[in-house]
Design a protein around this ligand. Structure first.
Ligand SMILES: *Cc1c(COP(=O)(O)O)cnc(C)c1O
Length: 426
């Protein structure tokens, strides 16, 4: 049996129709080097979607490898439930210094969905602990994606093939999509109208990634901030996708002028090395949970691997490297380069109906009478044949390269995209 046969015999791949998996020429990765993935046959692919947006500095970064080796000689994991771990403390201290949250307190988990789930439950209990009743719903945006657990799925909008779970979703108050020019005015008036029912508002600052990189102007978010303050409703920012430099600042909330009560982090937190996520609460939220030992004010929630020591060691070194390697400067320079290249490609390729890019989160929207989703998928398959790995999301081709991508590698991505469009669009 070859690797693909062995794979499809035992591994169930997420968001993947297993009946067709083997026929869609999956890449079976064996190794990585810089921004490249190397498959079991030694073929090299430029990782142009950062292993679904988690890889920041590339693969096998010497400094991160070293941090992992040093930590493994101390301990791999010890629980944070009721006890502490030195490296988790050190990382939490460093993270608290840089997040746009007042006097941050950090609850670790392993996946973005769990960080969102924690945020939702925290917001609900915040009001209960303060003796305020009726604050049991949330306002979320159209097009939102917050993860796949039942709670995070509920605040997420439909689509992505998840509509089948509608009977499991709890109801939320739904603001329009970012594409609606009135989205933030409408959200503000909904917050006002439902102020006594809302525990929190949840939003992806600046860009809704899974919706196909739907952008909202940074200035619009002030309306949300003001509405939450006026109505005394907590604000949750989901920066699982946008956090850690992806949009050109360490956190997208900075560009939006937001200081959320609760911030959700994941994906890039360990540079794409190990599963870790975090729910960051402000002092105000944290204080509402203080009380006597074993009291009901306690936040009775926690995950087995939360604050894993190996992940924390890598995450700490990763945060330090942002300054040392001047990562944000590279993100902004490469973003300008990619924008220019894509704009010029668009002028000669009418199948491209829109280009959306912020930092190194990019989407090329395809419009095609033959069915844009199929065409976008065909373009990605043709890019893989040209040695550039990415993934389509509905009718968009996503470009989310590692933050350390070079100018030459951007050219390689655009050349593969151009060739792929010319092959796939007839
Ligand atoms: C990916 C993502 C999540 C879910 O993270 P997982 O680690 O896949 O559970 C949540 N919110 C946003 C904005 C995301 O992009």
């Amino acid at each position: 049996m070859n690797w693909i046969e062995r794979d499809s015999a035992v591994v169930w791949h997420g968001f993947t129709q297993m009946g067709c998996y083997a026929d869609n020429a999956p890449v079976i990765v064996e190794r990585g080097e810089g921004r490249e993935l190397i498959d079991v046959d030694g073929r090299r692919y430029l990782d142009a979607f950062s292993s679904l947006w988690v890889t920041t500095l590339g693969h096998r970064v010497p400094e991160l490898d070293q941090a992992l080796r040093e930590q493994i000689d101390r301990i791999a994991h010890s629980t944070l439930l009721g006890n502490g771990n030195r490296i988790a403390i050190e990382f939490a201290e460093a993270l608290a210094q840089v997040v746009p949250v007042d006097q941050a307190h950090i609850l670790f988990a392993s996946d973005g969905a769990a960080a969102v789930e924690q945020a939702l439950k925290m917001a609900f209990q915040y009001w209960t602990n303060r003796g305020v009743s009726g604050r049991s719903t949330y306002l979320a945006f159209g097009g939102a994606y917050h993860g796949d657990s039942v709670g995070s799925l509920s605040v997420g909008a439909g689509g992505f093939g998840t509509d089948i779970f509608d009977p499991l979703r709890f109801p939320v108050i739904r603001a329009p999509t970012f594409g609606d020019p009135q989205a933030f005015e409408t959200a503000a008036s909904l917050i006002d109208r439902h102020r006594h029912e809302l525990a929190a508002v949840i939003v992806e600052p600046l860009v809704q990634g899974a919706a196909g990189m739907q952008l909202a102007p940074a200035a619009q978010f002030a309306k949300l901030r003001i509405a939450c303050q006026r109505a005394d409703v907590l604000l949750i920012c989901d920066e699982v996708a946008t956090g850690f430099g992806r949009t050109g600042t360490l956190f997208a909330a900075e560009q939006c002028g937001l200081r959320p009560d609760i911030l959700c982090l994941g994906k890039g937190i360990t540079g794409g090395y190990l599963p870790m996520s975090a729910t960051v609460a402000s002092q105000r939220v944290f204080d509402a949970f203080l009380g006597p030992d074993l009291s009901e004010r306690t936040f009775y929630h926690g995950h087995s691997y939360g604050g894993n020591a190996l992940a924390a060691a890598v995450a700490l070194r990763h945060l330090q490297l942002f300054g040392e390697l001047k990562v944000l400067a590279n993100v902004n320079e490469r973003s300008v380069q990619l924008r220019r290249a894509l704009d010029s490609l668009r002028r000669s390729r009418p199948c491209i109906s829109d280009i959306r890019l912020v930092g190194l989160m990019g989407a090329i929207e395809i419009s095609d009478a033959a069915g844009a989703a199929k065409t976008a998928r065909k373009i990605c398959a043709a890019m893989v044949q040209r040695g550039v790995l990415t993934r389509s999301l509905g009718n968009v081709v996503t470009l989310v390269p590692p933050l350390t991508i070079t100018a030459a590698e951007i050219e390689r991505i655009v050349a593969a995209l151009t060739g792929a469009i010319d092959e796939a669009v007839v």
